[in-house]
Design a protein around this ligand. Structure first.
Ligand code: ATP
Length: 443
């Protein structure tokens, strides 16, 4: 293994270990021996994940007059998946090794399989990735339903209702955040590929002639979002997906790939889905899913640009980009020590402010506790009075907390506290009465 590859593998192990130790992400069902590739978000992970979803919703739904949101059922009428083509086409090629009995996606057989096992592989067969379930008490084929493999279809199925109720005119988008399920053949790489994950998607309805302009607009919006989560756009690999590799409905697809420690792979996708979906759902449901222009009376089936974001991959990429190890000066002159710091964008950090009384003495908590209560109204704060102050700073650095507020014995005299900046580690004395406004201006 090359030195670079080893370093990257170490980085991944360090991130997985930090996530577990600090309560971002735990192995799922761990007390029962775990369940392969299932992960649970812990106290800090759920905060970070919620920050991602809320920020996305604010940016792409609330702040845009041309996008509205929905939250649809996870299990839809199975006819949806027939019309969308998923029952027939949502497959991956599967092969088995006759010797070691492992199963692989034919297009991603691990490099070392030939060397370590060398067993003969079966012919490819298509494996449908949709999770099946039964509706009601009888397990009969008439009752088969599927967990949605993407959030997108609900936007097409609800198109007519949204059009009538939200009174939008082309171009406009329908957005949704929610879980999707895929029976992946080879899940792995931590939360990169799991069988249950969350998506943030927009179906943006346009007139056919506007597709290139709209595609470019979303291309740029996606790059701005990438920067917003702390990744310089130059780091992204923008892959123009060839016709033969594109999904059956797409006329143009760009994969937004990120250099994860395990390799460059898809973070987000942008596709031009033409009028494929609305046309098929109109034909299959017998409903009129066209749009009538109020001024010209022109009747069209809108075309669709689809930008799509994975929530979990956002979290993983943001963690990888934010993770830093560095030598930092200690309180003693001229000395340094190693510190791990998550340089997350402030909006993304799970905890914004830590309130740290220098010790557990009552005189200090008499000042620190009311300050915590005041700040907690505005920001997600943590109150921590255990261990040495140095250790507490290290912990907050490691979880990406932008500011630590320290209450010390001097605070009793000068009615001020010290605020420490995560990135510069500079400390500033701020009067107690001004702490809240100081933080509001920075966060
Ligand atoms: P891949 O090629 O990696 O399987 P895809 O092209 O099938 O992904 P899409 O159908 O475009 O993925 O899904 C949209 C987004 O959902 C992806 O860009 C990704 O962020 C996320 N995503 C897809 N599959 C998974 C998964 N199994 N686990 C976590 N996130 C996923």
């Amino acid at each position: 293994m090359s030195a670079h590859k080893k370093e990257e593998q170490n980085l991944m192990e360090k991130i997985v270990s930090l996530c577990k130790r600090r309560g971002f992400i735990f192995p799922g069902s761990e007390i029962y021996g775990g369940m392969a590739n299932s992960w649970d978000y812990g106290p800090l992970g759920v905060e970070m994940k919620n920050n991602i979803k809320q920020e996305w919703w604010k940016r792409f739904v609330r702040q845009r007059p041309d996008v509205v949101g929905i939250d649809a059922a996870l299990i839809m009428n199975p006819k949806v998946w027939e019309a969308s083509g998923h029952l027939k086409n949502f497959t991956d090629p599967l092969v088995d090794c006759k010797k070691c009995k492992q199963r692989f996606r034919a297009d991603s057989i691990p490099d070392d399989h030939a060397k370590t096992c060398g067993g003969e592989l079966t012919n490819e067969r298509q494996f449908n990735l949709m999770f099946k379930t039964f509706i009601g008490p009888a397990e009969e084929s008439a009752n088969i339903a599927y967990f949605r493999p993407e959030t997108a279809q609900a936007m097409f199925v609800d198109f007519k209702n949204v059009l009538q109720s939200a009174r939008k005119r082309l171009p406009f988008g329908i957005a949704q955040i929610g879980k999707a399920f895929r029976n992946e053949i080879t899940p792995g790489n931590f939360i990169f590929r799991t069988r249950e994950f969350e998506q943030m998607e927009i179906e943006y309805f346009i007139r056919e002639q506007d597709w290139e302009k709209s595609f470019e607009m979303w291309h740029e919006e996606m790059l701005l979002w990438v920067e917003h989560i702390g990744i310089p756009r130059e780091k992204m690999h923008l892959k123009e997906v060839e016709a033969g590799e594109r999904a059956h409905y797409s006329k143009r697809t760009v994969d937004f790939e990120y250099p994860f420690p395990f390799g460059v792979d898809e973070l987000y996708g942008l596709a031009y889905r033409t009028d494929f979906d609305l046309k098929n759902h109109a034909a299959a449901s017998g409903q009129d899913l066209s749009y009538v222009d109020a001024e010209t009376n022109e009747k069209v089936i809108p075309h669709v640009i689809e930008p799509t974001w994975g929530v979990d991959r956002t979290m993983l990429a943001a963690l990888c980009a934010a993770y830093h190890e560095e030598e930092a000066p200690t309180a003693e002159d001229g000395k340094t020590e190693a510190r791990v710091v998550l340089r997350l964008p402030k909006w993304l950090a799970p905890i914004k402010v830590a309130i740290l009384p220098l010790s557990k003495k009552d005189v200090l908590s008499a000042v620190a506790e009311p300050l915590y209560r005041e700040l907690a109204q505005q920001f997600f704060c943590e109150y921590d009075e255990t261990q040495s102050i140095g250790k507490r700073y290290r912990r907050q650095d490691e979880i990406g907390t932008p500011y630590c507020v320290t209450v010390d014995f001097e605070s009793l005299e000068d009615k001020a506290v010290t605020i420490r900046d995560r990135d510069t580690m500079k400390q500033e004395r701020v009067p107690l009465a001004e702490v809240k406004n100081w933080l509001v201006s920075k966060l």
